[in-house]
Design a protein around this ligand. Structure first.
Ligand code: PSU
Ligand code: MN
Length: 301
């Protein structure tokens, strides 16, 4: 086993018993939602995975150790510290680990640690992508590169239009990452079920998702797979309203000169304020929905 990795007793027992395991990220806790909804949601997501017959492995870096599986206290600690914890992508791991520091793992880093721990399925809300204006800023999330190289299935609710969805799909195509719509031909746009962009393939059952992922690994193609699962109809937001809020948030970020890793957390918080908290409610529901699907796929694998 990797010398830097700690697998929690619950996750280790699940591995011994051959039980399905679902990885969860921690940047969504520290930087994606405010306290205390972040902690409540993280615990509800874990509970949802247990109800689905799988074992949750929330992933983070604590005191320089890569953790697969956190305690409730660990989740509470990350949630309270919030943006006081380093948002840790691939490039951040070496120094955080060498210094014995904490890090909240993004999609990219959660994939890395899940793969080290032998976990194949990971549920989250949204993934990073190619940002609007990337043709001049070059702001392309390391999440996309990780999907290209690390063999973990990421179940998300699509990508939100804080990103350039068309360029994000182009990038994933170049990198050979299959983008699957679960029960849909269209890429879901996180808060809404449609975006106007087509996914590569529509698959309708957890078994089909598992079979495609297994085939990719067994052929030696490596890398991940992006499963996009639309937010349940009853929680989806009005497209005009959410798009206006996103445009306003993107304009504010530009005016304030927000850059780099601050961009995504700033936009999420700003959109929540502009929508009077409604975007957060939708965000919570779609994460729970993704956890349910991920537990089913993990059981098939
Ligand atoms: N999108 C969300 N919620 C999030 C994130 C993205 O709706 O919490 C987080 C995830 O951890 C994702 C990261 O991996 O932001 C991407 O950040 P960046 O764009 O800086 O790569
Ligand atoms: Mn970025």
């Amino acid at each position: 086993m990797n010398n830097y990795l700690d697998i929690s007793p619950e996750v280790a027992a699940a591995q011994r018993d051959g039980k399905p395991i679902v990885a969860l990220e921690s940047t969504i806790i520290s930087h994606g939602m405010p306290y205390p909804q972040n902690v409540e949601t993280a615990l509800r997501v874990e509970q949802t995975i247990r109800e689905g017959g799988a074992v949750p492995a929330t992933i983070a870096v604590i005191g320089g150790r890569l953790k697969a599986g956190l305690t409730t206290q660990g989740i509470e600690y990350l949630g309270r510290k919030g943006t006081g914890i380093t948002k840790a992508s691939r490039r951040d791991l070496p120094v955080l680990v060498a210094r014995g520091e904490d890090g909240a793992t993004t999609v990219a880093t959660t994939m890395i640690i899940a793969a080290l721990a032998g976990i194949k399925v990971f549920a989250t809300g949204g993934v990073g992508g190619v940002h609007r204006g990337a043709e001049t800023t070059m702001d392309i999330s390391a999440d996309l590169e990780e999907l290209a190289r690390t063999p973990v299935m990421v179940v998300c609710a699509g990508a939100k239009s804080i990103l350039d969805l068309g360029l994000t799909l182009e990038y994933l195509e170049t990198k050979g990452v299959p983008v699957i719509g679960y029960g849909t031909d269209e890429l879901p746009a996180f808060y809404t079920r449609t975006s106007g962009f087509k996914v590569d393939y529509r698959l309708d059952t957890p078994e089909e998702l598992a079979a495609a992922f297994r085939a990719k690994q067994e052929m030696g193609l490596g890398g991940g797979m992006l499963v996009t699962n639309p937010i349940p109809e009853e929680y989806s937001m009005d497209a005009d309203r959410i798009n206006a809020a996103i445009d306003e948030a993107v304009a504010d970020a530009k005016r304030l000169g927000i850059r780099g890793k601050e961009t995504t957390p700033y936009l999420l918080a700003r959109i929540k304020d502009i929508t009077g908290g409604d975007s957060l409610a939708a965000n919570i529901e779609l994460v729970l929905n993704n956890a349910r699907l991920a537990a089913k796929v993990a059981a098939c694998l």
